[in-house]
Design a protein around this ligand. Sequence first.
Ligand SMILES: Nc1ncnc2c1ncn2[C@@H]1O[C@H](COP(=O)(O)OP(=O)(O)OP(=O)(O)O)[C@@H](O)[C@H]1O
Length: 261
Amino acid sequence: MAQMQKTLEVRNLRKSFGGVMAVDSVSLEVAQGEMLALIGPNGAGKSTCFNMVGGQFPPTEGEILLNGGDGTAVPIAGIGSRRIWQLGVGRTFQITATFTSMSVRQNVQMALLSRRHMIWKFWPRADDLLSDEALALLEQVGLQAQAERAAAVLAYGDLKRLELAIALAGAPKLLLMDEPTAGMASGERTALMALVRRLVSTTGISVLFTEHDMDVVFEVSDRILVLDRGRLIATGTGAEIKANEQVRAIYLGTGRTSGGH
Ligand SMILES: Nc1ncnc2c1ncn2[C@@H]1O[C@H](COP(=O)(O)OP(=O)(O)OP(=O)(O)O)[C@@H](O)[C@H]1O
């Protein structure tokens, strides 16, 4: 198998839905410890890219390679989301999914259990066993003080932090975050993504995220990828993307981000 330095490599990815080419010949790489934003107007193909990398559906064409940890390139296109998660690709969704009747700590413990392929019948024991580990993850996201509260009563921003802790419990090498700040107030958005930025720096995981708030994108990303109508039209640092005429023409120059949210 070929050697691979990157966490993720995508080659000539395509997805068509009937007559619509939602993603067209997209190639990209995510380095270890890199925080990469995937931006573009509504309908550009961002979610479709995420869904192929995360295994929600197979590509029409193209390769998706994940670093197996020892430098080997593991093909993951079309192998399904469960298997992809086991190989180290975590994901947060636009709608947060937590067990509302459980405490914040127990939600993280459930994710730890799942990672260890333990099942529900171990729960009474796991409640002790994995408690410290869960609390350590909650500390990483700044939620330790709320560990014993029911997930149902958390403020929205804290729920997003819990979702992040749950994703980290899966020990991902790559975390996909599809509009992680959707529905949050501006200050909260910056705080959440600054936290993710710190976690990337301290843990060395890679993050690929979509985000409609350009201030957040420019503040936290190492690099930015711009999609338009399924095609990757630019890749670069914030400064490069800001200066890119094609990107400005598509939407930065219009004064909107990508509408919608
Ligand atoms: N399941 C589907 N069936 C048919 N067409 C789809 C499907 N999913 C996405 N599309 C189409 O593919 C294109 C890309 O959509 P996608 O949701 O990936 O864009 P996006 O960049 O994530 O947009 P947004 O910012 O609005 O979330 C759009 O034209 C969309 O209508």
